[in-house]
Design a protein around this ligand. Structure first.
Ligand code: FMN
Ligand code: SF4
Length: 399
């Protein structure tokens, strides 16, 4: 099977073409039909059906713009950087496929700083080959958490600061320069390049009927060999941990989906799919799996992440300016074993207060991650309120 990481991992154009061949050219109805039949969903975190977004841009009319989003501001994620380093031509093929099908005249590749040189070298190698009929502009994303949010990406490639905008209109209707704009994660575009070559049935041969295809998972934390692995949706947690060399210590929980994801117990048979994780308040998101060993406190780690997220705001909306610092501060009190019985309820109240109130989903993602911690680390919450810590009881070092 030819998946995202199967090709030569040298980033070269000649070996890419030897392995994959030249990409086909699809018109808009063909592209929409293929993506719909394949059931491809966005790999940037939200999991939105890709065909719907492409269709919305088409329906908006005019000359659209396509943006490949490789900002990857999430600290636990490394898959977009890996893809842009090892398989940049799959991403560029997908970008051109989408841009040509939509009738775009400009395309953007928005990349994290670490991948920018490799992306530029890949574009140079493609010059004169006819592979890039639509000019691609490279923009380097700042190293911030919110820089990859889609309206922040649109602002950045337009030469403005990379902060989310209040969306009066959908980006699919009015994005870069007011034109209908398709923003897709770089992995989504690489999947498009493969679906166009091999077809929807091939894509559906991995994953589950409801969540087809493979995804890139970044597995880190208490594992022997942290890194990026490719697996079909529905893969068991135990298989992903094994692919990363196995655990370095007994595991108590995993953060799935990253800083905006959710905590779940580290059960080997935990299914990594949207459907299976939804009851736990988690989702595969952008494919992050962070393993927490039994001797580290989940509440301390949650408070650390919440503090980081509260600092990573554009300072434009009330929930971020006032709500997130209070939420992070209350979570920190809980982590520090401040014995105030009302603390968990206060965390839950503040989380509910910030949800749905921002111009972007940053407050919502932060609140969801914290609520999942209260549930997954329920026993730790009770212990902390009693002035004890279960992680330190199992030999961990506590602050
Ligand atoms: C705070 C925040 C940060 C985000 N960062 C990224 C990112 O770094 N890369 C990315 O592709 N999507 C990111 N997203 C999701 C994008 O807004 C958007 O949904 C995505 O780029 C669409 O592509 P997809 O449909 O292919 O996933 C972020 C969203 C939020 C709320
Ligand atoms: S919700 Fe927060 S991160 Fe999003 S635009 Fe508003 S201030 Fe910025």
């Amino acid at each position: 099977m030819t998946n995202l990481l199967d090709g030569p991992a040298d980033g070269r154009l000649d070996t890419h073409l030897d392995h994959h061949g030249r990409p086909p050219v699809l018109n808009a109805p063909q592209l929409v039909a293929q993506l719909r039949a394949a059931g491809l969903t966005g790999r940037g975190g939200a999991g939105f059906p890709t065909w719907r977004k492409v269709d919305a841009v088409l329906r908006a009319g005019g000359t659209p713009v396509v943006v490949a989003n490789g900002a990857e501001g999430e600290p636990f994620s490394g898959k977009d950087r890996a893809l842009l380093t090892y398989q940049p031509h799959l991403v560029l093929d997908g970008l051109q496929l989408a841009a040509r099908a939509l009738g775009a005249r400009t395309a953007h590749l928005y990349t994290g700083p670490a991948s920018a040189d490799g992306v530029r070298a890949a574009l140079t190698a493609r010059r004169g080959t006819g592979l890039d009929p639509i000019p691609v502009t490279v923009t380097v994303a700042p190293d911030t958490f919110i820089a990859g949010e889609e309206s922040a990406a649109v602002a950045a490639v337009s030469g403005r600061p990379a902060v989310p905008a209040d969306k009066q209109r959908r980006i699919t209707e009015a994005g870069v320069g007011g034109a209908p704009t398709l923003v897709q994660n770089v992995e989504t575009l690489a999947q498009i390049a493969l679906i166009a070559r091999h077809g929807p049935d091939w894509f559906r041969s991995a994953g589950t009927p409801d969540e087809p295809g493979t995804f890139l998972a970044t597995v880190s934390g208490a594992v022997v060999d942290p890194g990026v692995v490719e697996a079909g949706h529905g893969v068991r947690l135990g298989e992903l941990i094994a692919a990363a060399g196995g655990p370095t210590a007994p595991l108590q929980a995993v953060l799935i989906g990253g800083y905006h994801g959710g905590w779940a117990p580290a059960r080997r048979d935990l299914e990594i799919s949207r459907a299976a994780l939804a009851p736990l308040g988690a989702s595969p998101g952008a494919g992050i799996v962070r393993a927490l060993p039994a001797n580290e406190c989940g509440l301390v780690e949650t408070a650390r992440i919440a503090g980081y997220l509260a600092g990573e705001v554009a300072g434009q909306c009330g929930p971020c300016i006032n709500g997130l610092p209070r939420l992070a501060g209350t979570m920190a009190d809980l982590a520090r074993q401040r014995a105030r019985p009302g603390l968990p309820a206060e965390v839950a109240r503040l989380a509910a207060m910030v949800t749905g109130r921002g111009a972007c989903r940053h407050p919502d993602g932060t609140a969801r991650m914290i609520i999942s911690a209260l549930r997954t680390f329920e026993a730790d919450v009770a212990a902390h309120l009693a002035g004890r810590c279960l992680a330190s009881a199992s030999g961990g070092v506590r602050r």
